[in-house]
Design a protein around this ligand. Structure first.
Ligand code: FES
Ligand code: MG
Length: 578
């Protein structure tokens, strides 16, 4: 079908459920009437599914019930029939062991909901970290026309005269408390202010990164991702998204027609220009696996080397998302990097990405920098390799103390997270600022779920001496709101016998970000001896979702998707330990 062609009502997918004069369609129509709808409400209209990731424990989506009504308003206006379908809300704060453990669960639920119900198009309501990638992964696999309604960042907030950043400042004040410089009363008072409205974290954490990426990939309305959650414009955007979904249905514009190689390269470019979250690498690899976009870790490093960081947003920079919106939002940033983008990439609005930049203007050149005055000239994220991470690992140089980007020091090894918690503050370890803290068993299968433990704590006694950053290495992820010289996503992970499992206390490790290497200064012979003596741990789960996760999850450099959901199965087979 050409771009401008439209389906007839009889060609709609939902017509097969609701149109024919047969027994099953009688059942479907009679049940719509049971729900209080008349023939006029649904006959011949596109059915628009509104996939709502609301629940009472996902506070970032507290406004989603109202937004769902506003989306419905838009769907009705455009002549569609809206149906709201609750799907799993991935609460970044509450889900244990980590919301990442359930990203693939929501992706599967999304795919199956889109496939089984009579939907002609869908609005995907995402915001809090893993919801956006999960919804997009599912929509890609089901390939039903879809548009993302980004949840929007929460309101700016301040405390004791200082502007706060959700997430980022929690780590910072916790370090202050650890150093004995913050009272218990002050800490409790901070609790009332750090997250002051519905909406996702207002830093350039994973949520802001992934919704901005969804926009840059053409999967939201232009400018939608920067709109604050409580802004009246967010409600209007929700309705407009509903109207756009109806058009997507009539024109049968599918995710695989939008999310091609160009869209992925645009996504990586925007990730770098935003100084965005390291987590986006894992999510984009998983999405690309579904789309068969041929994305590799090296694409991230290549694009990082040519892309300036222009968003002066925390944790890399100074401001928060409300400031970014006021400064012109994502279109203003994209406008600065036109030459680095595929402007002819298609969008859900039936034009190209270039259309999203129309009228873009920067209103505050400190928040969104012009090309001649970047926050960092290049190198937002770097992919490192070496004998400690043969399949790669990741660091965010822009959020680390620059003196640590070239570093050599002795390893202080913790065998798992409980071990780290139990011993990190023990002065008997006599750690110095030169030490390299290593955490094992924190990866996709080892933890399990590759949790956000990667900003490993600095020993309290070093905090008290004024140390605020150290080189830290793990197979975990780190929150997009975190910072520091943290080497993450070490692949293969220690649980499957990757070299990270073989590091011992006192081994010298050298990090060279400019050279993109991470080296364990131990001979290959010695590592082979250690490997021979290495014993894998038992899996954490023997049944249920945990078992599925254990058997199917790929390594970090492949996106941690389930092997059987990858589009063509071209991922590494499970390690031999199964
Ligand atoms: Fe939901 Fe940060 S906790 S986005
Ligand atoms: Mg997070």
């Amino acid at each position: 079908m050409s771009q401008s062609e439209r389906l007839t009502p009889q060609q709609l997918r939902s017509h097969r459920y609701l149109g024919p004069d047969d027994l099953r369609s009688f059942g479907h129509r009679s049940r719509q009437k049971q729900a209080g709808f008349s023939t006029e409400d649904f006959a011949g209209k596109p059915v628009i599914g509104i996939l709502n990731t609301w629940n009472d424990l996902i506070s970032c989506h507290a406004h989603f019930r109202q937004r769902a009504e506003e989306i419905k308003r838009g769907v009705w206006q455009a002549g569609g029939f809206p149906v709201e379908i609750p799907v799993m809300g991935l609460s970044e704060t509450f889900m244990k062991p980590t919301s990442m453990y359930y990203r693939n669960f929501l992706a599967m639920e999304t795919e199956e909901v889109l496939r089984t119900y009579p939907l002609d198009a869908a609005v995907l309501m995402g915001g809090c970290d893993k919801t956006t990638p999960a919804l997009l992964m599912g929509a890609l696999s089901a390939d039903v026309p879809s548009i993302v309604m980004p949840g929007g960042p929460m309101n700016r907030t301040s405390w004791h005269g200082e502007q706060l950043a959700s997430g980022t400042d929690v780590w910072r004040f916790w370090a202050e408390r650890g150093a004995g410089r913050m009272s218990c009363e002050a800490w409790c008072s901070l609790e009332d202010h750090i997250a002051a409205s519905p909406g996702h974290c207002m830093t350039m954490g994973t949520a802001s990164t992934m919704t901005a990426i969804a926009e840059a990939m053409g999967m939201t309305l232009a400018g939608a991702s920067s709109l604050p959650a409580t802004h009246a414009g967010h409600s209007r955007m929700a309705s407009e998204t509903g109207r756009a979904a109806v058009e997507l249905a009539w024109r049968d514009r599918r995710p695989t027609q939008i999310l091609g190689r160009q869209a992925f390269e645009n996504a990586v470019t925007v990730l770098m220009a935003l100084g965005g979250s390291t987590n986006a690498i894992v999510h984009l690899m998983a999405m690309a696996g579904r789309a068969q976009a041929g994305l590799t870790l090296d694409d991230f490093d290549r694009i990082s080397r040519r892309t300036p960081v222009l968003a002066n947003l925390r944790p890399t920079g100074q401001y928060v998302m409300g400031d970014f919106f006021d400064a012109g939002g994502l279109p203003a940033l994209l406008d600065q990097i036109r030459d680095l983008l595929h402007l002819d990439a298609p969008t859900v609005q039936f034009g190209t990405l270039a259309d999203y930049l129309e009228g873009a203007k920067i209103w505050n050149e400190d928040v969104i920098r012009v090309r001649s005055n970047p926050v960092c000239p290049t190198g937002s994220l770097a992919v490192l390799r070496g004998n400690l991470a043969p399949d790669g690992c990741v660091i965010k140089p822009a959020a680390a103390e620059s003196r640590l980007l070239q570093h050599r020091g002795p390893a202080a090894v913790f065998s798992n997270y409980p071990d780290l918690k139990a011993r990190i503050d023990d002065p008997a370890l006599q750690l110095t600022a030169e030490h390299v803290i290593v955490l094992q068993s924190a990866g996709p299968l080892g933890a399990p779920g590759i949790p956000e433990w990667g900003m490993l704590p600095i020993p309290k006694y070093l905090l008290q001496q004024g140390v605020r950053d150290m080189v830290r290495i793990s197979d975990a992820r780190m929150s997009g709101t975190s910072y520091g010289a943290c080497v993450l996503h070490v692949s293969p992970e220690s649980y499957v016998g990757g070299p990270l499992a073989l590091v011992q206390n006192g081994d010298m490790i050298s990090l060279d970000v400019a050279g993109r290497t991470l080296t364990l200064e131990v001979s290959a012979d010695e590592l082979a001896r250690r490997k021979a003596a290495w014993v894998p741990a038992d899996p954490s789960f023997s049944r249920g979702y945990g078992r599925l996760f254990h058997e199917q999850t790929t390594q970090a450099h492949e996106g941690c998707d389930f092997r059987f959901l990858h589009a063509d199965g071209s991922v590494t087979p499970p390690p031999s330990i199964y």
